[in-house]
Design a protein around this ligand. Structure first.
Ligand SMILES: [Mg+2]
Length: 306
């Protein structure tokens, strides 16, 4: 028997009907709730023992059905010291820490939107891999002024709750990183805005006179494997166990880092990513991530106050 916690999180106050669907599922599986704890009117923890004969995967599949039917998220995880004892949290950037996809913004700036979206659709249909799609998209940017990233900064919108989530995690002693398949000038900027410890992303080559992009990508491409590798690398540098880490992202190329981390959360992700991720959160604010780690709203507010 392993003691588990299921965190119910809703965009609106949790309805009795949603709570009941969860209780009915546990009853059907002959599992019983030992106790529950309200984290806010939108989030609640339920603690229960899970026999090893009933795998977590089997339970997760059933839970996801309830989530889809009742429009609620239920995050399952062992109720152990690692839940709240995170020492490293890594984030994807585009559509996770920020609300946009930077490549689309650059494409609009350079007036190559159609070409970029046709490469994106080749990649989404599995006809080319991430590295190839990045190289092809980057090549369309040849000649674009190197000031492009500077000009985009004013258009970038941080995801609501990103500041609050990072502030609380820093206060609790977590190291934070952005691991992005996007570009390093903006990843570094997000790092400084949110007070993160690390930023890793792709580097676009600049012409010798410094005025324009050459359309080439320099160094290791940050793809799914690289994100997982960087997570391991940062953990090792900080003497942090992988069990003490969490990865948050929205894309298919975030799944490997989610599997490598102690826990992984798909944030407002595509259905296929939600299905494969250890947990999902469909929320307006990234701050709701703190419910998954067991912080009540009162505790969050106290940590945010000073
Ligand atoms: Mg993303």
């Amino acid at each position: 028997m392993v003691n588990y916690v299921a965190t119910l999180i809703s965009k609106a106050p949790i309805l009795e009907e949603q709570r009941q669907a969860w209780r009915d599922l546990l009853a059907k599986l002959q599992l019983s709730i030992s106790h529950n704890k309200k984290l806010s009117d939108r989030a609640e923890d339920f603690f229960f023992d899970l026999p090893e004969s009933l795998g977590l995967e089997a339970l997760r599949t059933e839970v996801n059905t309830v989530c889809n039917e009742k429009t609620i998220d239920i995050a399952l995880q062992p109720n152990d010291r690692y839940r709240r004892g995170k020492r490293l949290v890594v984030f994807d950037m585009d559509s996770t820490l920020i609300q946009q996809e930077v490549i689309d913004m650059i494409a609009a700036y350079a007036d190559v939107e159609d070409q970029v979206s046709s490469i994106t659709s080749l990649a989404m249909n599995g006809l080319i891999d991430f590295n190839e799609s990045l190289r092809r998209r980057a090549s369309l940017l040849e000649g674009v002024p190197s000031t492009v990233f500077e000009s985009l900064k004013s258009q970038i919108r941080l995801t609501p709750g990103a500041h609050e989530l990072c502030k609380v995690l820093k206060k609790e002693g977590c190291q934070l990183a952005v691991l992005s398949g996007g570009f390093i000038p903006l990843a570094n900027w997000i790092k400084s805005k949110l007070g993160l410890d690390y930023a890793f992303a792709n580097q676009l080559e600049v012409s010798e006179d410094g005025t324009a992009l050459t359309g080439k990508v320099l160094g290791d491409i940050v793809n799914a494997e690289r994100k997982a590798h960087l997570l391991r690398h940062i953990a090792e540098m900080g003497n942090i166990e992988l069990a003490e880490s969490m990865a948050v992202g929205d894309g298919a190329n975030d799944l490997k880092m989610m599997d490598t981390a102690g826990y992984g959360v798909a944030f407002n992700a595509k259905p296929i990513v939600q299905e494969k991720a250890p947990a999902r959160l469909n929320a307006v604010s990234l701050q709701d991530m703190l419910y998954i780690l067991g912080y009540s709203l009162d505790e969050q507010n106290a940590l945010l106050e000073n």
